[in-house]
Design a protein around this ligand. Structure first.
Ligand SMILES: C[S@@+](CC[C@H](N)C(=O)[O-])C[C@H]1O[C@@H](n2cnc3c(N)ncnc32)[C@H](O)[C@@H]1O
Length: 244
């Protein structure tokens, strides 16, 4: 997958792309993520990417034309599947959106700054507008990186064990079960006994119950949408306690 991040701070973005899952996926050739300097798509000698807002009010607005030129330039590298504007007013980004976008060959992220981006970018350039949450960041770079991280780990071959992503929080609209590693007792809190006994069916049942119970208690919004199996109902009826 090719991913391009159009930004006035390419160095900030590029540094983050060399670590962890994204860094390894790039080394393996599964992913090619690059920051693109928006200033390279300006025409004036000051490389201007922003201006004052029509109608007044403080703060600067990012110009539409450099974004349009950047996207036109990137189109020459190959077809772009989604041109994503980062925007707190956008559609809330979700695991479902990450799953859909992970099927793409090429994604372009547009990063705003200051008071935001000229609205004509949303109307004329972007194909999708995503927000990573109901709060306002100072720029779209971190939002783009958050989305790219969530998308990249769903591309086959990026995360070592595909089972690991299949059981993650939100897969199937449930939270993930709790995880434990050494030591067996930490600060007086033991690992649940069932995980040490080696009975695979008991472990699977315990984990599923934890997923159901955590989602029911902590995320009633997800719980309302959860599709429960007969086995889930049995687990919920038969187990009346949580070890945590
Ligand atoms: C300071 S914000 C502009 C906020 C804008 N004035 C508003 O209230 O809707 C500057 C840029 O940060 C990015 N940004 C801020 N919050 C975001 C969020 N929650 N999700 C995605 N992008 C965000 C966008 O690219 C935005 O253009």
């Amino acid at each position: 997958m090719r991913v391009r991040i159009v930004t006035i701070f390419p160095e900030m973005v590029q540094a983050a792309l060399t670590y962890g899952v994204i860094g390894r996926a790039q080394e393996a050739g599964v992913l090619d993520v690059r920051a693109v300097n928006l200033r390279e798509f300006t025409e004036d000698r000051h490389r201007t990417t922003d201006d004052t807002s029509y109608g007044g009010g403080g703060g600067m607005v990012m110009l539409a034309d450099p974004f349009r030129r950047a996207v036109q330039g990137l189109t020459r590298e190959g077809t772009i599947d989604h041109i994503i504007l980062t925007d707190p007013q956008g559609e809330p980004f979700s695991q479902a959106a990450a799953e859909k976008l992970a099927k793409s060959d090429c994604l372009v992220f547009l990063c705003g700054r200051y008071e935001g981006v000229d609205d004509r970018v949303r109307r004329l350039v972007a194909t999708d507008v995503f927000s990573i949450g109901d709060y306002v960041l100072s720029g779209g770079e971190l939002a783009a990186l958050v989305m790219i991280d969530a998308i990249a780990r769903l591309i086959p071959g990026v995360v070592g064990c595909t089972e690991a992503t299949a059981q993650d929080t939100f897969c199937g609209a449930l939270l993930d079960y709790p995880q434990f590693a050494r030591p067996a007792v930490f600060e007086g809190v033991p690992v649940p006994r069932v995980l040490l006994d080696g009975n695979h069916q008991d472990i699977a049942d315990w984990r599923r119950f934890q997923q159901l119970d955590r989602t029911r208690r902590w995320r009633p919004d997800l719980w309302a949408e959860a599709e429960l199996t007969m086995r889930d109902l049995e687990l919920l009826a038969g187990v009346h306690h949580s070890d945590l």
